[in-house]
Design a protein around this ligand. Structure first.
Ligand code: ARG
Length: 461
């Protein structure tokens, strides 16, 4: 028979079609451990308020322990008739301790404050897991940066050769972005660290229950300030979802480069066999599926965020059943990141860089033209003129199919009186890199400092 939490005022049970629509156990069952923890805290606060005798409390806690063991072992699962995780667990408790005792737990709480609290607990736990997995990717990037100190590569803007940079500098650029995502998770946690338990359906509890005590019992720093806000707000879900999407987007930018770099044309990297896949028809293929899936899944996480925000848009206060739609998108985001990130850090960690090719391509495509212009500026030439002169050097080279350093002293002199043979001193990758020695630049000394700073961040994490 259906065990409904709200049957009293109804003559009969819900239609099968409504029950099917209403049901959420297939996705909210994962909140069962948090629900049971919440029930323990609630039982204790009922006892403190004199609404549950010591004997009843003991019986209740024993029942919850037994229920938890059965949930964890899989012996207790939601039944066809259970609407949601809260309904199922109340049924489970009553089956274990009887209706009289089991029926006392619900006093002073609502599924509205329950679910808002449990969801925060769940996301706070997973924020730590996801943050750790992001740090593993950072660790892999920092490891590669450390193993390739001094290797130059073509730095690009618009995907065109721009200026030579150090490979380590490029890899660390991705690391800093991911470290900010980890920071975002931590900042989020400060805001999520408030318990709505005790908000009741929306107006708070009349039974003298102390929300602060429940909050501390459940590992929160505090209770929410407003019971309506506590039950109706889901910005904590949206913000978590944004950080998840941002993380996936940051990962996708690395992924896209790996896909390009692994092509025959680039040949910058070779993927380890254990992080690449073959083709069922083309025997030679070695595909960057980890990177492609990362790129694809970023779209999925952006969709999760967009769907969630759309659900929240214009919802009146306080709780509305629409809010049941808040869980699947963010569970999907969590599950996706938790399966993606380990594969991604493994892929990054095992990439082999073709350093000779990176180095030889670093100055090509006239990537040292800026160095000519800046050399001229150091000789006192106005930058506008210097830019023009360096551009004329490129124009001289391009039709002849040569690079800047192939120009003769006579060529330089013909292009501009300012171009004395000394300009050659900057026509090397080493010279170009070393000259960019302001803080945050690609000069080897700066990149070494940067690497040390990133390692400190990892060690502190
Ligand atoms: N399962 C619901 C949710 O996830 C919680 C139940 C609240 N239901 C209600 N009728 N007030 O949002």
């Amino acid at each position: 028979a259906r065990v409904s939490l709200w049957g009293g005022r109804f003559a009969g049970g819900p239609d099968q079609a409504l029950a099917a629509l209403s049901k959420s156990t297939h996705f909210d069952w994962r909140l069962a451990p948090q629900d049971i923890a919440g029930s323990r805290a609630h039982a204790r606060v009922l006892h403190s308020a004199g609404l549950l005798s010591a004997e009843h409390l003991t019986g209740m806690l024993e029942g919850l322990d037994a229920l938890e063991a059965d949930v964890l072992s899989g012996a207790f699962t939601p039944a066809e008739d259970d609407e949601d995780v809260h309904t199922a667990l109340e049924r489970g408790l009553i089956e274990r301790v009887g209706t009289d005792l089991g029926g006392r737990l619900r006093a002073g709480r609502s599924r509205n404050d329950q679910v808002a609290t449990l969801f925060r607990m769940y996301l706070r736990e997973h924020a730590r897991v996801v943050g750790g997995l992001v740090l593993d990717v950072v660790d892999a990037l920092v490891g590669q940066a450390g193993r390739h100190l001094g290797v130059a590569m073509p730095g690009r803007t618009h995907l065109q050769h721009a200026q030579p940079v150090l490979l380590s500098h490029h890899l660390l650029a991705h690391a800093w972005a991911l470290l900010r995502d980890v920071d975002r998770l931590r900042d989020w946690d400060v805001r999520a660290d408030a318990s709505p338990y005790g908000s009741g359906a929306l107006a708070g509890s009349s039974l003298g229950l102390d929300p602060e005590a429940v909050a501390h019992d459940l590992g929160f720093a505090r209770a929410v300030e407003n019971s309506i806000d506590g039950t109706a707000s889901r910005d904590f879900v949206a913000e978590f979802s944004f950080v998840s999407a941002m993380t996936a987007v940051d990962i996708s930018r690395i992924a896209e480069e790996v896909v390009l770099w692994a092509t025959k044309e680039f040949s910058f990297v070779t993927l380890h066999d254990s992080y690449s896949t073959g083709s069922s028809i083309m025997p030679q293929k070695k595909n960057p599926d980890v990177a492609e899936l990362a790129r694809g899944k970023a779209g999925r996480l952006v969709g999760d965020l967009a769907g969630l925000l759309t659900t929240l848009k214009a919802l009146p206060l306080a709780y509305n059943r629409d809010l049941q739609e808040d869980k699947e998108p963010v569970f999907d985001a969590v599950d996706t990141l938790e399966v993606l990130l380990p594969a991604f850090s493994g892929m990054v960690d095992t990439l082999t860089f073709n350093t000779e090719r990176l180095e030889s391509l670093a100055p090509q495509g006239f990537a040292l033209a800026t160095d000519i212009a800046e050399w001229l500026v150091r000789q006192g030439v106005p930058f506008r003129v210097a830019h023009e002169v360096a551009g004329a050097c490129v124009r001289e080279c391009e039709p002849r199919g040569i690079e800047l350093w192939d120009l003769t002293d006579e060529d330089f002199a013909r292009i501009s009186e300012h171009l004395t043979p000394e300009v050659r001193s900057v026509l090397s990758v080493e010279g170009s890199l070393a000259s960019r020695d302001a803080a945050g630049g690609t000069a080897p000394v700066r990149v070494a400092e940067q690497l040390a700073a990133a390692r400190v961040r990892l060690a502190d994490a």
